[in-house]
Design a protein around this ligand. Structure first.
Ligand code: NAD
Length: 485
């Protein structure tokens, strides 16, 4: 028998302590080889002045064990507090979030009797970088960052997960018909990585119709890889349509660190009443055992849990008169699973975890690429609450000199100068595109020319609020064209 694996446990807030006690009880009774260190996170830690909800000393435990089994916490309302989940995911580099969502028909009521989908959500990038600004009185902005290494790691992880777990199809959801550069990169890298896995079917859906199909015919999907925001939203949808959000667990995997949890929150209204379903957290624990190479124990627990569900022993969230036999509390449910350890389901499919499924995570992105980068212009964003497009265009023509000239102005992405429509509604936030005045298309400009341009804008009393450089990479345009160009 292998040695006990050190893990860090946090019992969290709300229903957290109850479902963690229930899950740990099942894990221990099943013979999980774990050496547990407990840390405090959540409400109490926030209120004692730690704005990220975790004490500095708790990081020592996480660094030591490298595996975190975490109950949900209550995120305090109001400004000044950081999301603990986002902090942990980013600090430990947990780039992959794996959320299996399966239905248990005919034992748990669901509109989708045949459903066994794994959502693989990118966990670090996208709009979750938390880089937001109010740029003008009327306009706010959130930066959506998508990197090539980030895409490569999550896409390769998704295919490696599919291979190790005997899954035959991997889908990708993006919105690359609109976000051609950011989601376009995700889709492009997905296609590149997919080519290395010829035995696994692959496909791409635009996220809106993909989401509709997932909600309507989930049986058509197997593994789905998504950028962070779409994965966040659609994994809750996928879990809920299996019967309850309380059923799904989640693994957050990085290079050498991992965190396992339920996908749901701390459900404060249910706290302290022995009501909550511990299944989501238990499923997180099962994923942890697979990660730690204890597939034998993971299978023992999963099959005992399936048998409990088959026997109609259900917590309130999945209890129905037609499908259930006995309504139980958190503790009684855990005891029912413990009593069935060693048994397997008779109708539902017996769960087997392949040995290759352990320790997935260390994926090295390809070496940095070295495309030729050329600066060919700049978008200068200007705050002006009173001007018309024509007035602003005239001012910008006046600052156009030294080889750099105004090409167009857009407002919320719509071209308003030259030749805009008087009907277009304009805010106080103007994107003003400057390019070289050389006759040849995509002629280079210099940083010095841009600084000179900004100086002239300042002298003309223009309130510039940010700039974005326009670059070509190996002759490919690295920026979106203005509408109407
Ligand atoms: P929630 O997931 O906590 O609860 C929503 C509803 O789902 C509950 O009212 C309950 O009816 C049901 N539910 C959830 N888990 C259940 C379970 N195990 N058994 C039975 N029913 C269950 O979502 P919320 O109410 O939006 O959030 C509550 C708090 O949790 C918030 O402070 C939120 O920020 C936090 N949260 C934490 C995490 C996390 O720690 N990973 C994740 C999501 C939300």
């Amino acid at each position: 028998m292998s040695e006990a694996c050190p893990i860090t446990v946090a019992k969290g807030d709300g229903i957290g302590p109850e479902i963690m006690d229930a899950s740990l009880h099942i894990l221990k009774e099943a013979g999980a080889r774990l050496d547990i260190e407990e840390i405090q996170i959540g409400e109490q830690v926030y209120s004692s002045g730690h704005t990220s909800g975790i004490e500095p000393s708790a990081w020592d435990s996480l660094r030591r064990t490298k595996v975190f089994y975490k109950a949900p916490i209550t995120t305090p309302q109001g400004g000044g507090f950081k999301s603990l989940n986002v902090t942990i995911r980013k600090t430990l580099g947990l780039y992959a979030n794996i959320r299996p969502c399966a239905s248990y028909h005919p034992f748990v009521e669901t509109k989708h009797p045949v459903m066994d989908v794994v959502i693989v959500r990118e966990n670090e990038e996208d709009t979750y970088a938390g880089i937001e600004h109010q740029q003008t009185r009327e306009v706010t902005q959130c930066l959506k960052l998508i990197s090539r290494p980030g895409c490569e790691k999550i896409c390769r992880f998704g295919f490696e997960y599919a291979k190790a777990n005997g899954r035959s199809k991997v889908s990708c959801f993006t919105k690359d018909n609109i976000m051609k550069l950011t989601d376009g990169l995700f889709h492009k890298v997905f296609d590149e990585v997919a080519a290395d896995y010829p035995d696994i079917e692959n496909e791409h859906w635009i996220v809106d119709i993909g989401a509709a199909k997932l909600a309507d015919t989930p049986e058509k999907f197997d593994v789905i890889i998504m950028p962070n925001l779409y994965g966040d939203i659609l994994s809750d949808v996928a879990a809920q349509i299996t019967g309850s959000v309380g059923l799904a667990g989640s693994a957050n995997i990085g290079d050498g660190f991992a965190m396992f949890e339920a996908i749901h929150g701390s459900a404060p209204r249910r706290a302290g009443q022995n009501l909550a379903n511990p299944t989501g957290l238990l499923h997180g624990g099962i994923q942890m055992l697979v990660y730690l190479g204890q597939q034998d124990i993971a299978e023992r627990i999963h099959n005992a849990w399936l048998k409990t569900i088959e026997d109609g022993i259900h917590t309130y969230d999945i209890y129905t008169d037609s499908h259930s036999k006995e309504k139980v509390g958190t503790k009684e449910f855990a005891e029912a699973v413990v009593a069935r350890l060693g048994q397997e389901p008779e109708t539902l499919t017996v769960k087997r975890y392949p040995r290759e499924a352990a320790g997935l995570g260390e994926i090295k992105p390809s070496p940095r690429t070295n495309e030729k980068k050329e600066l060919v212009g700049v978008d200068v964003f200007i705050d002006d609450p009173t001007c018309t497009p024509e007035e602003l265009g005239k001012k910008l023509e006046e600052v156009s000199s030294d080889g750099i000239k105004i090409k167009m102005i857009t407002n919320r992405g719509v071209k308003v100068w030259p030749g805009g429509f008087p009907e277009t509604f304009c805010t106080d936030h103007w994107r003003c595109r400057f390019i070289s005045d050389a006759a040849e298309k995509d002629s280079p400009v210099t940083h010095k020319q841009i600084i000179g341009l900004l100086n002239r804008c300042e002298e003309a009393g223009l309130d510039f609020i940010k700039t974005e450089h326009l670059c070509m990479f190996d002759g490919e345009r690295g920026y979106s064209l203005g509408q109407g160009e």
